[in-house]
Design a protein around this ligand. Structure first.
Ligand SMILES: Cc1cc2nc3c(=O)[nH]c(=O)nc-3n(C[C@H](O)[C@H](O)[C@H](O)COP(=O)(O)OP(=O)(O)OC[C@H]3O[C@@H](n4cnc5c(N)ncnc54)[C@H](O)[C@@H]3O)c2cc1C
Length: 454
């Protein structure tokens, strides 16, 4: 999403060619080649009652290599975290072409932190629940485990050819609720209470998104909460606790006591995608400020600030995401025939970056910084941590051949320079442009973009 897998040079496509997959139900682990998607992994694990708990919405096409690259997450990450802790080992091709397998528990020898660096990291890393912005030196400082450093390195330290996943049991029962709030303050107050009840998902749909769905309740924001438990009584009981605990602040309540009911509740979220895809041809849905994450208490301020920044830029936005992690996705919807829209988008990018800094947030909670956000990292971490990031890169890739410009910004970094949209963008051949537009309209993100050129 943030231009992590494109750039100048060779594109190494591992989405095919590494399809091996074996599940060991006794040890509750799986070895998946880099091309194996989240969906394929879970299809293979399900007959044993097992799954990979973090569940990226892109699971149909997100590969094992890509999920490790970005430290992917999803709605269930409020309970199970991002994929990092579910990685037991990695098979790699390193920058010099050598092959290596790294197993959880092994201390890194290529790069080690001094006591001073550990103190610096503890001081400078933002305290968000999720973070896919730069190398995970905070986690690495705790464990010294090389797996922790490599996960989330966005293809800049090594190429992953296989992942050894740890799997978990699928809980027996599920129940949930859709809770509507009259304002952002009451929603923000409700989130820590709901998190304390240990939900497996706690998702936000803001009015900026709900307005695209005629069937949606007329509220300022909607929280979808899901609880998985070992019995239906326990799952229903906790939904009751949630609703009772919030009876003075919600203005809309719908509950579901089984998987099918829950799917109905979630249909509001699913209906938003086709609605956004039916925007007029001049209006595009762009992911440039789409992944900010803030400390939980700042969620309401972040959404308020996002709405205000979008108003000032004159760019409509649709806001939704992982409320339980303080992590919000934003589709920017500029009219690309309007003069000055690129500058307005650049202003929005800059304002949202400032807002995240003010609120103690990070620019990416799960998509990575790619090329789009590499140049803002120094503002979040400071020059000394950035020097540590450069030292990590030098230790693994001294010639900078692996994904140059990602995490460590290229000289002359300019966030929107490579945007492939609008009159000033480099021309795309008509047939490919039409096919790309079809992908966008049909949300057919699983289509291989390389196939479009054939
Ligand atoms: C509609 C949509 C919904 C999404 N929803 C979510 C979501 O809910 N949660 C989430 O976390 N993300 C989400 N994403 C973002 C993205 O799908 C995930 O980050 C996913 O894990 C990326 O996997 P991929 O195989 O597509 O990798 P790519 O996007 O191709 O690559 C991602 C990064 O990893 C690197 N990389 C890829 N393969 C390897 C490899 N084998 N070795 C080393 N580096 C590699 C790339 O260079 C790049 O930097 C979504 C994207 C879309 C389009």
């Amino acid at each position: 999403m943030p231009g992590g897998n494109v750039g100048e040079g060779l594109v190494v496509d591992l989405s095919a060619g590494f399809p091996d997959l074996t599940v060991d139900p006794q040890r509750r682990v799986a070895r998946a080649g880099a091309s194996v998607t989240w969906a394929q992994l879970n299809d293979a694990a399900r007959p044993y009652g097992l799954r990979l708990p973090p569940d990226p919405s892109s699971g149909l096409f997100a590969t094992s290599g890509g999920m490790v690259g970005t430290n992917a997450a999803g709605p269930r990450s409020v309970r199970y975290g991002s994929v990092r802790t579910w990685v037991e080992g990695l098979e790699l091709v390193e920058a010099d072409g050598s092959l290596r397998t790294v197993v959880r528990g092994e201390q890194a020898s290529k790069f080690v932190l001094t006591a001073d660096s550990r103190r610096l990291i503890a001081d400078r890393f933002p305290k968000t629940r999720k973070n896919s912005s730069g190398y995970a030196l905070d986690r690495f400082a705790e464990t010294g485990d090389e797996v922790d450093l490599l996960v989330g390195s966005e293809g800049t330290l090594a190429i992953v050819t296989a992942v050894h996943w740890r799997l978990d049991s699928i809980p027996a029962d599920i129940a949930g609720a859709a809770l509507g709030f009259p304002d952002l303050e009451s929603m923000t107050e409700a989130v820590p209470y709901l998190v304390s009840l240990k939900p497996t998902a706690l998702e936000l749909l803001d009015s900026t998104l709900l307005q695209f769905v005629p069937e949606a309740p007329k509220v300022a924001c909607l929280l979808l909460v899901e609880f998985e438990r070992e019995s239906s009584a326990a799952a229903r009981g906790v939904v009751g606790d949630a609703v009772r605990g919030l009876k003075n602040s919600v203005t809309h309540v719908e509950t579901a006591v089984d998987r099918r009911g829950l799917e109905n509740l979630w249909s509001v979220r699913r209906l938003a995608s086709p609605a956004l895809a039916r925007l007029p041809p001049s209006q595009r849905s762009l992911q440039v400020i789409e992944d900010g994450c803030v400390p939980l208490h700042a969620l309401g301020d972040y959404v308020t600030g996002l709405r205000a920044a979008a108003d000032r830029a004159g760019i409509p936005v649709a806001i939704f995401g992982h409320a339980g992690d303080g992590h919000v996705h934003v589709n920017a919807l500029p009219d690309t025939t309007r003069p000055g829209w690129r500058n307005a988008l650049a202003r929005l990018f800059a304002e949202v970056t400032n807002l995240l800094l003010q609120l103690g947030g990070v620019p990416s909670g799960e998509h990575g910084v790619g090329r789009l956000r590499a140049g803002v990292l120094e503002r979040f971490y400071g020059p000394e941590v950035m020097d540590l990031f450069r030292a990590v890169k030098r230790a693994y890739d001294p010639l900078t051949i692996l994904n140059p410009g990602v995490i460590i910004p290229a000289t002359g970094w300019s966030p929107l320079a490579a945007l492939k949209i609008g009159a000033e963008a480099a021309a795309i051949p008509d047939d490919i442009a039409t096919r790309l537009r079809d992908v966008e309209r049909n949300a057919a993100w699983a289509t291989s973009k390389l196939q479009l050129a054939r």
